[in-house]
Design a protein around this ligand. Sequence first.
Ligand code: PSV
Ligand code: MN
Length: 394
Amino acid sequence: MTAALPAAAIDRLARFEIELPSWGFADTGTRFGKFLQDAAALSIEDKLDDAAEVHRLTGACPRVAIHVLWDVPAGGGAQLAALARARGLRIGSINPNVFEDQCYKHGSVANEDAAVRRRAVAHLLDSVELGRACGSDTLALWFADGTNYPGQGSVARRKRWFTDALREVHAAMPASMQMLVEYKPFEPAFYHTDIADWGMAYVLAKSAGDRARVLVDTGHHLPGQNIEHIVSFLADEAMLGGFHFNDRHYADDDLTIGSIDPHRIFRIFLAICEAERALGRDLPVEFMVDQSHNLKPKVEAMVQTATTAQELFAKALLVDLDALDAARARNDIVAAEECLKQAFATDVRGALAAWRASRGLPGDPLAAHRASGYEARAAAARLPRKKTSGGSYA
Ligand code: PSV
Ligand code: MN
């Protein structure tokens, strides 16, 4: 089944911006090692060049998320913003890093040591200032805090430290900035993680202030969890702040969106469509990608990510919500399910290619990228630097 897309679906897709993660362009690996790619980005300039290439091909990715310890140039936020602007991009979410320094071995804002807690909060406050300087309106918080063994920490005390820290950071944010609180059930902590699920993130965001909401990373759920249920619930509470999109098979695998279970992502987009209909306008949520491609070429993987996200959103936009509601009202389960099956089975790729072409974009961004020679040029420019830097990434 192929389909033309209704005008309303085309309009919604035109407003669908996908934020790319700077770290998705650098060499990354697993805890067992890292296989380097000649064309992988080394510097923030390289990462922004790659992101600009994805945006040039797709027209859908104007923002780049940055990680504070990995991406900030000597000139700080102003330079960061200028580097992005020069490439037709904007800086998206600011991701503080309170998980890498040695002092965080036993936690950051939930560390037993008051001096370490202070240092972590100071970094978060610096990140607010960085966001202000580079024009970002989103502070995206993920914490590795947790314990590995029963008895290691006081869960309640740690919760109160989290509450205090997030309140303090929220109070320092400019009115234009929002705070997104991300959860993750385990890793790197293997017994308990302080913000382990959406409920804990919800409670902490609620107590932090009125511009704090929950960030749903699709890879941060235990097997079998119904993510679209969480999405609908949070959206109805006006507490859905954004997504870190990726796919997973086992845990936080950081695989390309839709590569394992496209129907799950389709159902998540459907939850968004239903919430937007109830609200009467677009949900104010950030659609961000959080993927590390340790084997795929980075830019290719991001182009594939953006086009796949558009395809799955388009399929969700094809669901006839009136027919779905009518079927629900009659308790006609089969008809309701068929509404979803009909939309999911529709091949939207031709319609999307025509839509892209009508906007002056390549109908097939991946093919255009492969034909462009970008990868070979990036490799030629980066390889000499990579050799002198010992192959590590910035
Ligand atoms: C943690 O697993 C996470 O999902 C957080 O969003 C981090 O910012 C990101 O991955 C990169 O480490
Ligand atoms: Mn994430």
